[in-house]
Design a protein around this ligand. Structure first.
Ligand code: GLA
Length: 711
C-alpha cells in the first residue's frame, strides 16, 4: 500500500468504551484471504438448556433492598405463597436472593459465608426448603471485588470457581451476577469467567448477567448467559419504568430462546405507581419477553397486585414458545403500539397511552404483521372480552394505561417468509409415546422440561424437539414453505434404542431415515416442502420403544417463502431478516457512525469509495433470507478509513450455517480484499464480522459493494 494512501483519511473516531474480545459463535475456518472455502460448522456451543422462555420468579431487592426484613422468614414465606396462591402454577419458579445475604468477609478458606442473623439455618437449608416446594433457588454476587450495596459484600472476581462450586454444593439453580467494583477488568472477561465456572460445576445454573447494559451485552452475551440487564436500576415510579421500557424496546432483535434482554425486575405492588401503571408495566414486560421477577413482598400484597401478577393470558405472551421480543409498530405523541409474534400465528398487540389524558389508540392486524385474513378473533387480555374484527384493533386507553390483545386470524395463515426453528413453532397436533414433546430438550421422563440438552453421539443440538417413540407432530404450513433440514438420531440419554424418523408433506413421504440406533451419529434429512399445506414428522420404534425410543429432531430448520427476484442485487437494497451490531445500527450505504441510523460517512477503504454496501462495527451479524434460488455473493471487505490505521476484524460469509468465505485478519493498514462466496441454493445468508483478537475498539468494518446473484 502506498504510504500516502492514508493522507485523505477522515479523522479517527474515538470510541467511548473499551469492549472485550468477542469470539465467533460460528465455526473457525482456515484463514484464506479472498478465497472461497466451505467447511462444516459444528453445533453452536451450548451454555445450558435453561431459560428456553424468560425466567419467572421472585427476587427480594425491589421490596427490601438491604434492610433486615430480607431474611429467612421472608424468603420461606415467598416460597409458601408461590404454592398456596397459585403463582407456581402460573409459571413462577425461582426464589432468588439479592445482595446482602453474605457476611462482609470470606472465611479462613476463602469461602463466602451467609449472614447468620438473616439466615440462621444457612443457605443450603433454605435451598432445600425451596426445593421441597418444587421450586428453584437463586443467589446473587458481583463480577467485582465487592457487591453493589454500600456495605460492600465480597464479590466473585478471582473467586469464580470457588464460589460456583460452593453454590452448586448448596443446590443453587440461578445466579444474578452484578457489575460493581470491577477493578477495570472488561465485562466480557469477567462474565465469561463466571459462566465457565458455573458450567464446570456440572449443575445447570441459570446465569443472569447484570452489567446494566454498560458493555452492550446484547452484542456478546448470547453464548455466555441466559439474560442480560439492558439498563440501570428500575425505581418504583412511572418515569423510571417507562424510560426503561423505551430503551429495552430498541433491543428486540437480540432476544431469543435461552438468551433474553432484561429490563430489570418488577415493581408491581410496591406502591409507587397506580394499578393502571402496574398493568402497563406487566403488559410491556410480557410484550418484550422479559424475565418476570416479582419484586414485592407477597405476604402483604393486595388482591389487585395478585390479579396483575397472575394474569395467565399476559404470562402466556411472555412465555410464548416462539421466543420473540415484541417490537414497536408505531410511536407518536406518546401513543405506542407494539406487536409480538406468537407461535400459533397470532400476535399480541399492546396499545400504551403515555400521555396525561385518556386517548383512543388504533392499529390494524396488517400493521401488526398478520394482514390478509378475512376476520380475526380479538381477546382483551385484561378484561377477557372476546370480539371479532375485520382487522381494526382500537381502544380508549386511560392515561398511563395499556390495552393488550391477542389477535388471531380466523383461518390459519401461511407461515411468513424466513427460516424458522421448527421447535419454536406451534404444532397443530402432537402425540408422544411418554411425557410431553420437549422443545430444545430431550424427552426426559414425565414432566415438561425434565430432559437434557438434545445430544446424539456427543453432538449437542441447541435447538430442536425431543420425542419418545411412537410420536407424531403436525404443523400447518399454508403452502409457502420450501424445505426442511434436520439432523435426526437416538438421544444419548439411552444406551440402547432404535428410532425411525419420517417426514410427510401432506400425505407424501418426503424423507425417511430408516432405523437409527443409539450407536450411530445423527443423520441429516432434507425434505422438499414445496407447496405443502401440512407437515407431519413421525418417530417410530420397532417395538413401540416407550422405554428406549428417545428420538431427537436436531436443529430442524424450515425455510418458507420466495427469496430475491432473479438477477443481481446490491445487498444493501434488500431487507435483512435480522441484524446485530457492536455499536449503533448496521448502516446501508454508509459507514458505522456508532449511534443513530445514517450518522456515518461514505464507505471508504484505503481510498476506495463504495456507493453501495453495509457499514458495521464488530461484533456484527446480518442475515438475509434467500429462498434457495441464489448462486453467489461477491463483496469487498475492509476496515473503513475513518479509523485511520486502527481497527482490525475478520469477515466471514456463512450459508445455512456453513462458512463459505473468510477474509482472514484485516486491519486499518490493509486495503480492501474481494470475497467470492458460492451460495448453491442456500436458504440463509449471514455476514459476520468478529474483532481481530484485540477487542472491538475502532472496528469499523465495511462490506463494500456486496452483490448477490439469484436465478
Ligand atoms: C445493583 C443491581 C440491583 C441490585 C443492587 C444490589 O444496583 O443493579 O439490581 O442487585 O445492585 O446492591
Amino acid at each position: 500500500m502506498a504510504p500516502n494512501s492514508r493522507k485523505n483519511r477522515r479523522a479517527a473516531v474515538g470510541l467511548a468504551t473499551t469492549l472485550a474480545l468477542v469470539g465467533s459463535g460460528l465455526a473457525a475456518t482456515a484463514v484464506v484471504a479472498g478465497i472461497s472455502l466451505a467447511t462444516a460448522t459444528p453445533a453452536a456451543a451450548l451454555q445450558n438448556s435453561l431459560a428456553r422462555t424468560p425466567q419467572m420468579g421472585f427476587n427480594n431487592w425491589n421490596s427490601t433492598h438491604c434492610r433486615p426484613d430480607f431474611n429467612e422468614a421472608m424468603v420461606k414465606g415467598m416460597a409458601d405463597l408461590f404454592v398456596s396462591q397459585g403463582l407456581k402454577k402460573a409459571g413462577y419458579t425461582y426464589i432468588n436472593l439479592d445482595d446482602c445475604w453474605a457476611l462482609p468477609r470470606r472465611d479462613g478458606n476463602g469461602d463466602l459465608v451467609a449472614d447468620p442473623e438473616r439466615f440462621p439455618s444457612g443457605i443450603r437449608a433454605l435451598a432445600d426448603y425451596v426445593h421441597s416446594k418444587g421450586l428453584k433457588f437463586g443467589i446473587y454476587s458481583s463480577a467485582g471485588t465487592r457487591t453493589c450495596d454500600r456495605n460492600g459484600f465480597p464479590g466473585g472476581l478471582g473467586y469464580e470457581q470457588q464460589d460456583a462450586n460452593l453454590w452448586a454444593s448448596w443446590g443453587v439453580d440461578y445466579l444474578k451476577y452484578d457489575n460493581c467494583n470491577s477493578q477495570g477488568v472488561d465485562a466480557r472477561t469477567r462474565y465469561q469467567a463466571m459462566g465457565d465456572a458455573l458450567r464446570a460445576t456440572g449443575r445447570p445454573i441459570l446465569y443472569s448477567i447484570c452489567d446494566w447494559g454498560r458493555s452492550t451485552p446484547w452484542a456478546w452475551a448470547r453464548d455466555v448467559g441466559n439474560s442480560w440487564r439492558t439498563t440501570g436500576d428500575i425505581s418504583d415510579n412511572w418515569q423510571s419504568m417507562i424510560s426503561i421500557a423505551h430503551r429495552n424496546q430498541a433491543l428486540a432483535a437480540h432476544a431469543g430462546p435461552h438468551a433474553w434482554n432484561d429490563p430489570d425486575m418488577l415493581e408491581v405492588g410496591n406502591g409507587g405507581m397506580t394499578d393502571t401503571e402496574y398493568r402497563t408495566h406487566f403488559s410491556l414486560w410480557a410484550q418484550m419477553a422479559a424475565p418476570l421477577l416479582i419484586g414485592t413482598d407477597l405476604r402483604t400484597a393486595t388482591p389487585a397486585t395478585y390479579e396483575i401478577l397472575k394474569n395467565t393470558d399476559v404470562i402466556a405472551v411472555d412465555q410464548d414458545p416462539l421466543g420473540r421480543q415484541g417490537t414497536v409498530v408505531s410511536d407518536s405523541g406518546g401513543l405506542v403500539v407494539m406487536s409480538k409474534p406468537l407461535a400459533d400465528g397470532s400476535r399480541s398487540i399492546t396499545l400504551t397511552n403515555e400521555t396525561d389524558t385518556p386517548r383512543t389508540i388504533s392499529t390494524t392486524a396488517a400493521a401488526a404483521g398478520i394482514g390478509g385474513a378475512r376476520s380475526y378473533t380479538v381477546k382483551d387480555l385484561w378484561s377477557k372480552q372476546v370480539t371479532t374484527s375485520r382487522g381494526a384493533v382500537s381502544a380508549t386507553v386511560p392515561s398511563h394505561g395499556t390495552a393488550m390483545f391477542r389477535v388471531t386470524p380466523a383461518s390459519p395463515t401461511a407461515l411468513p417468509t424466513g427460516v424458522f426453528d421448527l421447535g419454536d413453532l406451534a404444532w397443530t397436533d402432537a402425540d408422544n409415546g411418554s411425557g410431553p414433546v420437549e422443545r430444545d430438550h430431550s424427552n426426559g421422563r414425565r414432566a415438561p422440561g425434565d430432559g437434557r440438552p438434545l445430544t446424539v453421539n456427543g453432538v449437542v443440538f441447541r435447538k430442536g424437539l425431543g420425542v419418545r417413540a411412537n410420536s407424531s407432530i403436525s404443523y400447518h404450513l399454508g403452502g409457502t414453505c420450501r424445505s426442511l433440514t434436520v439432523d435426526v438420531g437416538v438421544d444419548d440419554e439411552v444406551a440402547q434404542g432404535r428410532v425411525r424418523f419420517r417426514i410427510y408433506r401432506d400425505r407424501t413421504l418426503v424423507a425417511d431415515s430408516g432405523v437409527r440406533t443409539a450407536a450411530q451419529p445423527a443423520l441429516r434429512l432434507t425434505a422438499d416442502m414445496t407447496s405443502g399445506r401440512k407437515l407431519r414428522i413421525v418417530a417410530t420404534s420397532p417395538r413401540g420403544g416407550k422405554r428406549t425410543g428417545h428420538g431427537d429432531w436436531g436443529n430442524p430448520r424450515l425455510a418458507c417463502g420466495a427469496g430475491p427476484a432473479s438477477g443481481t442485487h446490491a445487498l444493501s437494497d434488500l431487507p435483512w431478516t435480522s441484524a446485530s451490531n457492536g455499536w449503533g445500527p448496521v448502516e446501508r450505504d454508509r459507514s458505522n457512525g456508532e449511534t443513530k441510523t445514517g450518522d456515518g460517512a461514505a464507505l471508504t477503504v484505503d481510498g476506495t469509495v463504495y456507493p453501495k454496501g453495509l457499514g458495521v462495527n464488530a461484533p456484527s451479524t446480518v442475515t438475509y433470507y434467500l429462498g434457495g434460488t441464489c448462486t453467489g455473493l461477491t463483496t469487498d471487505v475492509g476496515i473503513d478509513d475513518e479509523v485511520g490505521d486502527k481497527g482490525s476484524a475478520v469477515f466471514r460469509v456463512h450459508a445455512d450455517g456453513r462458512t463459505i468465505a473468510d477474509s482472514g485478519l484485516r486491519t486499518g493498514r490493509d486495503g480492501p480484499v474481494r470475497l467470492t462466496a458460492p451460495l448453491d441454493g442456500a436458504y440463509e445468508l449471514t455476514l459476520q464480522v468478529t474483532d481481530g483478537g484485540d477487542g472491538t475498539f475502532h472496528d469499523h468494518a465495511d462490506w463494500g459493494d456486496p452483490r448477490l446473484t439469484c436465478t
